[in-house]
Design a protein around this ligand. Structure first.
Ligand code: NAD
Ligand code: G6P
Ligand code: MN
Length: 440
C-alpha cells in the first residue's frame, strides 16, 4: 500500500500535537512515510516539533520526521498539505476581539469586524502556501482549515481558481457529535444530513439515519430545551463554549424548521454577545491561558524528559475528519462530507459564485456537490448580506481599497452604522499595519 508524505503548515499550532497523535492512531487507514512541519516562526514551531519528534519515534519510528522554515524543504515530495496557520498569532486575535468591543461591537475570531481583520491577514499567508505547494509538489492537495475559512475560501476561488485546495471546518462535525449524543447514536456517521450556508453561517435542513428515518422531530424537542449543551464523554467543554452551545436554543427558536450552526448567535444575537463579553478579557486570553499554555507546557516537558510516556497530550478525535478527507482523495472513498465549495447552482436561488458550505461526495478527483435546491427567504436574506461582506473583504485585499473594506464592515449584521464601521476600520488599520496591504 502506498504510504503518504504530508506537510503540516502552521507546525507551531496548538492543534498540531493532537493532529499528529490522531494521524498516528489512524496509520492502518492512512499510512504515512513522512511528516514535515512548516512554520514561519522557527522558535514557536521548535517547541512543538521537538515533542512530536519524540512522540513519532516512540509510536511510529519508521516515519521520517523533519521540521523547517524553508519552503522548498517543506513542500518538496509531499502528497498533502494540512494547513492551519494563524497569521498574526494570538496577539492579533486579541486585537481582533478587543478593538470592535471598544466601539460596542462584538469581537470574534471569525465573525464581524474581527473576522474581517483576520481575513485581511490570512489571504496572503494561505495563497503563499498554495504557491509553495504548486511549485514544489504540483500533484499535491491542500486540506485547508486556516481561518477565517469563508474569506480564505473566497480568496482562493478568486486568486487560484484551479488549485487543488479543499476548505473544511470542524464546527458542523462538533455539533453533529452533540446531535448524535442527544439521539443516543453511537456515531455521528449514522446520520445522513442535508445542510446549506456559508462557513460559520449555516443550517441543517434534514437529518436521517441510514434507514431513512427522520431524526429531526426528536432532535427538535431536545434542542428547544438545551440547545447543543450536552455532556460528551471525555470532553471537558469550557464555560464560554457551553454558553455558545446553550444559546443555540435561542437561535433555533428563530427558525425551528432547521437546526442552526452555533456561530449564528453572533449575527442573530449580537447585543446579547456584547453584553456578555468582558472587553478586557476575551476568548484569545482564555485560549492563551488555557490551550496554548497547556500544549506548550506539555511539549516542553516531553522534550525535557526525553519521553512522551506520561504526557497528558491527547489525540484530537475531532480532527479525524482530516483523515476522512485525505482518504477520500487518496482512495476514492466517495465519503459524503460538508465542504466549502463554489455554489455553482447547488443552492439554486443563490449567487453561483458564492463559496457555500454544503454536502459533497469526495473522491480522487475532488468534491462533487450535492444540490440543496431552493433555500427560504430568511436564510437567503441573511446569506446574501454575509456573502457580500466576504466578497467585499477579498476585493478590498486585492484592490487595496479602503472604500470596499469600509463597505464590508458596514454590511456586517454585527455593526450598527457606517460611522461605527469607519471608526472600527481606522483602529484596525493601525493595528494591522504589519499585515494588511496598504488601503487607498
Ligand atoms: P496558533 O497561533 O497556535 O498556530 C498557528 C501557527 O501558524 C503559528 O505557529 C504561527 O507561527 C503559524 N503561522 C502564522 N502565519 C504563518 C505563515 N504565513 N506561514 C506559516 N506559518 C504561519 O493557532 P491555533 O489556535 O492553533 O489555530 C491554527 C489555525 O487553525 C487558525 O487559523 C484557526 O482559526 C484554525 N482552526 C480552524 C478550524 C476549522 O474549523 N476550520 C478549527 C480549529 C482551528
Ligand atoms: C471551532 C471552529 C473553528 C474555530 C474554533 C475556535 O472549532 O470551527 O473554526 O477556529 O472553533 O476555537 P478556540 O478554542 O480557538 O476559540
Ligand atoms: Mn470553523
Amino acid at each position: 500500500m502506498k504510504k503518504f508524505s504530508i506537510v503540516v503548515a502552521g507546525g507551531g499550532s496548538t492543534f498540531t500535537p493532537g493532529i499528529v497523535l490522531m494521524l498516528l492512531e489512524n496509520l492502518d487507514k492512512f499510512p504515512i512515510r513522512q511528516i514535515k512541519f512548516y512554520d514561519n516562526d522557527a522558535q514557536r514551531q521548535e517547541v512543538i516539533a521537538k515533542a512530536c519528534d519524540i512522540i513519532i519515534k516512540e509510536k511510529a519510528p519508521d516515519i521520517n520526521f523533519i521540521y523547517t522554515t524553508d519552503p522548498e524543504t517543506a513542500f518538496s515530495d509531499i502528497d498533502f498539505v494540512m494547513a492551519h496557520i494563524r497569521v498574526g498569532k494570538y496577539a492579533m486575535r486579541e486585537k481582533d476581539e478587543k478593538i470592535p468591543l471598544r466601539h460596542g461591537v462584538l469581537g470574534q475570531e471569525t465573525c464581524g469586524p474581527g473576522g474581517i481583520a483576520y481575513g485581511m491577514r490570512s489571504i496572503g499567508g494561505v495563497i503563499e502556501l498554495v504557491d509553495f505547494m504548486e511549485k514544489y509538489s504540483p500533484n499535491a492537495w491542500m486540506l485547508n482549515y486556516s481561518n477565517p475559512a469563508a474569506i480564505v475560501a473566497e480568496a482562493t476561488r478568486r486568486l487560484r481558481p484551479n488549485s487543488k485546495i479543499l476548505n473544511i471546518c470542524d464546527m458542523p462535525i462538533g455539533i453533529e457529535l452533540r446531535m448524535a449524543e442527544m439521539l443516543g447514536l453511537k456515531s455521528r456517521k449514522e446520520m445522513v444530513v442535508r445542510y446549506f450556508g456559508l462557513n460559520h453561517f449555516g443550517w441543517w435542513t434534514d437529518i436521517r439515519d441510514k434507514q431513512g428515518n427522520d431524526l429531526m422531530p426528536a432532535l427538535r424537542e431536545k434542542v428547544a430545551k438545551v440547545g447543543y449543551n450536552v455532556e460528551i464523554e471525555g470532553e471537558n467543554t469550557e464555560a464560554s463554549w457551553n454558553d455558545t452551545f446553550t444559546k443555540a436554543k435561542d437561535v433555533f427558536a428563530v427558525d425551528p424548521t432547521t437546526m442552526p450552526n452555533t456561530y449564528l448567535k453572533y449575527y442573530l444575537f449580537p447585543d446579547y454577545v456584547v453584553k456578555h463579553s468582558n472587553p478586557n478579557h476575551t476568548r484569545a486570553n482564555e485560549v492563551m491561558e488555557g490551550r496554548e499554555k497547556f500544549v506548550f507546557g506539555e511539549c516542553r516537558a516531553i522534550a525535557e524528559k526525553g519521553t512522551a510516556k506520561d504526557s497528558k497530550l491527547h489525540v484530537d478525535d475531532h480532527a479525524s475528519y482530516i483523515v476522512d478527507l485525505a482518504r477520500a482523495i487518496a482512495y476514492n472513498t466517495k465519503e459524503r462530507m460538508l465542504l466549502i465549495v463554489e455554489n455553482d447552482g447547488a443552492i439554486s436561488n443563490f449567487d453561483p459564485t458564492a463559496m457555500v458550505e454544503i454536502p459533497c461526495i469526495v473522491g480522487s478527483n475532488g468534491p462533487e456537490k450535492i444540490v440543496q435546491g431552493k433555500i427560504p427567504q430568511f436564510q437567503k436574506g441573511l446569506m446574501e448580506q454575509q456573502v457580500s461582506v466576504e466578497k467585499l473583504t477579498v476585493e478590498a485585499w486585492i484592490e487595496g481599497s479602503y472604500q470596499k473594506l469600509w463597505q464590508a464592515i458596514t454590511l456586517s449584521r454585527t455593526v450598527p452604522s457606517a460611522s461605527v464601521a469607519k471608526a472600527i476600520l481606522d483602529d484596525l488599520i493601525e493595528a494591522n499595519k504589519d499585515f494588511w496591504p496598504v488601503l487607498k
